[in-house]
Write a protein that binds this ligand. Structure first.
Ligand code: G4P
Length: 529
């Protein structure tokens, strides 16, 4: 198959949700549908995010929380599906945000009982920032949840996206029977498949089919007929360009646990979800069908083997073809590199691949050369942009507990923050190291890893800051002036950009008002500098 054919058959996406909405269950059911796993129960028991596959870190196993983002690839009806798994825990939200830079679309799972939740909103904001196409799966329809009309309104209001229902639930709670396909005006009823694929029990294209009443009950059918008339009047009709530009979300109802609504979701997904498309670099736009290879690193996994301090860097291929053992150009280090064992992943298996195409994600073994945001090419000096670093919410000073291991501590802190585990800021005078995170859990992870991998001991001293804002200004003199004047609340990130450390929203507001010529940014970019 030629390069264009390979690109057209790829769908690279992430399933995202507020914890417990059913992301893991849905992922597992898609793997089942794609034949990538045989029994749902085995994976489900440990939850995909808790299996040894994605848990490269000892600490993850201990805590049962996946810090990792792994990739699941399989073929489905001539399509190559790449699902990028994201950590469920909110303390690792930043990891999820970065993974979203490597996908072409997302499926957002919403719990029908709880509706839109805190993480749902945050994730949607990141999708909006990047204009990522979003499909929504309203899960757990087998529970007594909110009314479907209410849910659609809530999605529109809270997520600021037009909701376009593609399926409609037949009954709900214990009376939930399946879904009506609004596009094909048909119904397929399945047996409930908690651990295996469902069996189709009944299919009809005629809502007046007398057998339908037998299957779903008179009351459910009457309600369905009323509701589908209403729904076509009330909600946006589908426009492919609005979906592709991130303004409209096709919405599907179902129950991941029972397999209801999933075939409808997945069939539509492979038909309308985008294949890999153009991506921006600082220098120019890169098209996927360019013959020369390009790609960027969006995630680093460490500690595969504590004795060797091995890491796996996850590379998203953006154009051309990646080949094993070929020389590539690392644009930040201005250095050639060769990868003898690029890996692909599926559930418990890792295998070496010979080649990979745009949209694919491969794992590259690394001993410390690769950093999040790095670009690899065949020689052109390009830098992919838009890999964000968000303002941390918790900031703590690193206190060295073993002066004999100062060098190890420095190295460890730099390498762990290069992996994107947390952000490092330095404050002068005194070269004070400040770690910033979105959740408290990362401090435990960093402490554990510094001790086990680098032999360094540290404590963290809480600092009174709630936010770090990156400062820029066209007027360099003014910028220097504020940096000097506010030196107690100024630190520098790894690329030496000044950040303002705010003790409260009020202090931030005051600083902004006092320095109108300086811009305060809530996010930076991990572009290689
Ligand atoms: P997450 O990855 O988004 O965190 O959610 P996950 O799939 O782990 O699902 C969270 C809980 O919701 C699980 O129950 C799961 O079985 C349940 N669930 C998922 N889909 C459905 C559904 O369609 N209907 C109903 N009723 N429940 C659903 P748990 O008790 O926390 O875990 P487990 O013991 O079942 O693994």
């Amino acid at each position: 198959m030629d390069l264009k054919g390979e690109i057209n058959r790829r769908r690279t996406f992430a399933i995202i949700s507020h914890p417990d909405a059913g992301k893991t269950t849905l992922t597992e059911k898609l793997l089942l549908l794609g034949g990538a796993i045989q029994i749902a129960g085995s994976v489900k028991k440990n939850k995909i995010r808790k299996t040894a596959t994605s848990d490269f870190l000892e600490i993850e196993k201990q805590r049962g929380i996946s810090v990792a983002t792994s990739v699941m690839s399989f073929d489905y009806k001539d399509n190559k599906i790449n699902i990028l798994d994201t950590p469920g825990h909110k303390d690792f939200a930043e990891d999820t945000f970065r993974t979203l830079t490597a996908v072409d679309s997302v499926i957002l799972v919403v719990d029908s009982v709880k509706g839109v939740e805190e993480q749902t909103r945050k994730l949607m904001e990141v999708c909006r920032m990047r204009a990522t196409p979003v499909m929504i799966f309203i899960n757990k329809m087998d529970r007594e949840g909110k009314n479907p009309f209410e849910l659609l309104e809530e999605l529109e209001k809270e997520l600021k996206i037009a909701a376009c229902p593609f399926t409609w639930p037949i009954g709900n709670g214990s009376r939930f029977k399946g879904v009506y396909n609004l596009l094909t005006e048909s119904i397929q009823l399945f047996s409930s498949g908690k651990t295996s694929l469902s069996e189709m029990l009944f299919e009809t294209h005629d809502i007046s089919d007398p057998m339908l009443k037998e299957h779903v009950g008179e009351e459910n059918l009457r309600k369905l007929k009323e509701e589908i008339e209403l729904v076509t009047d009330l909600f946006e009709s589908y426009h492919n360009s609005l979906y592709r530009e991130g303004y409209l979300a096709p919405v599907f109802f179902g129950s991941a646990l029972n397999n209801f609504g999933i075939p409808e979701l997945f069939e539509t997904f492979i038909t309308i979800a985008p294949h890999p498309s153009a991506l921006k670099t600082v220098e120019r736009v890169v098209l996927p069908d360019e013959s020369q290879f390009t790609g960027f690193i969006f995630k680093i996994h460490a500690n595969l083997d504590p004795n060797h301090r091995n890491r796996i860097a996850f590379l998203r291929i953006c154009s051309g073809k990646l080949e094993r053992n070929k020389m590539y150009f690392h644009t930040r280090l201005n250095k050639k590199m060769r990868f003898s064992a690029p890996a692909s992943f599926l559930a418990n298996e890792k295998s070496t691949i010979e080649e990979a195409f745009p949209g694919d994600v491969v794992g590259l073994y690394d001993t410390g050369n690769l950093k999040i945001g790095d670009t690899l090419t065949e020689g052109e000096n390009l830098h992919f942009s838009g890999i964000p670093s968000f303002s941390p919410e918790i900031l703590k000073e690193v206190i060295n507990r073993d002066p004999l291991k100062t060098k190890q501590l420095e190295k460890g802190v730099i390498q762990l923050t290069d992996e994107g585990l947390a952000q490092l800021f330095t404050q002068q005078p005194g070269n004070i190291k400040i770690i910033g995170t979105v959740g408290d859990l990362q401090f435990d992870v960093i402490k554990f890893r510094l001790e086990h991998e680098y032999g360094a001991k540290c404590d963290f001293r809480p600092l009174p800051f709630i936010k770090a804002c990156w400062l820029t200004s066209a007027n360099k003199l003014k910028l220097n002036e504020i940096v000097n004047r506010l030196s107690n609340t100024i630190a520098f990130d790894k690329s030496n950009t000044p950040v303002f450390l705010a003790e409260s929203e009020w202090m931030l507001k005051m600083a902004k008002e006092a320095h109108p010529e300086v811009q305060f940014h809530n996010s930076s970019e991990f572009t290689a500098k």
